[in-house]
Design a binder for this molecule. Sequence first.
Ligand code: NAP
Length: 317
Amino acid sequence: MYDLIIIGSGPAGLSAAVYGKRAGLELMVLEKNPMSGGQVLNTYEVDNYLGMPGVSGFEMGMQFRRHAEGLGAEFREAQVSSLERRGQTLAVCTNAGEFQAKAVILATGAVHAHLGVPGEEELSGRGVSYCATCDGAFFRGKTVAVIGGGDVALEDAIYLARTCEKVYLIHRRDELRGAVVLQEELKALQNVEILYSHTAEEIQGTEAVESLRLKDLKTGQEQLLPVSGVFIAVGIRPATELVRELTACDEGGYVLAGEDCATQVPGLYAAGDVRKKPIRQIVTAAADGANAATAAGLYCRKKAEDPVGNGQEQGLS
Ligand code: NAP
């Protein structure tokens, strides 16, 4: 029996591990991949985390992990299949066995959203990619398209422009969503062309991506853009399937939890990109981890004083 099980080892999970260990909790971090860091690992360069300008996502993930390990956090590679409240504890079922804890922090992050256009699934891994830093090297000297107008799309286009001959940024509106500093950097690049008010209608190719069928939303005209790669950066979806039946989520699947990250279920906390909140950044994920672990520590202490829960059960604030 653990005091705390943390599911996920991105910034939220690792920050929770640091705060949990410092609060003296017996805790375990369950991670589905052997590499910690979550989405940070796929980020070429992080330039907005306080005190670490320009750090690579990979290095940042490693530093976060080393910090938690240095404080004695236990890590286990396991795929979680279910999570349920069982009496006074929470049971976490995984492919590596079942574990029980007084409290659980869900820090499973988010996954890439798909466009849902013809050709996307069929050509995935054959020119269609959701990660420029993972796959960009395959497109050296080629022409590629990035779809989206948020931070990730802008970062991806800037990253790809370093090695690709030409990069098209395709955005459905006439205004970008991503940070102004990224917009300025992107617009200064000679080999980047931004196609505003355009949508991708189909990704074409037989063995691999050959072209992208685009629609100009202002004129209704379509064109075929010859490209070797299509990088899709149209947002993220929270990985909250484990708790959708257990606690309240909004229509997008984000868990409803307050600043202390407490959900409707006593002992269950949601931290990082899984939680409904206005800004999803590394720094806000780390803040969630700190808040969730602190609240979980208080909850465990109350449980120790009142094991059968006769006192007030804490839940969504
Ligand atoms: P995002 O900010 O939600 O942007 C998604 C983009 O995709 C938007 O421009 C959106 O268009 C477009 N889009 C969505 N669905 C689409 C569709 N079906 N067809 C065409 N376009 C579509 O997502 P993100 O860029 O993945 O970023 C996710 C979160 O991570 C954000 O909060 C972001 O700020 C954060 N992030 C932070 C950092 C950092 O801290 N350095 C780096 C990367 C990302 P509209 O603009 O029209 O809605």
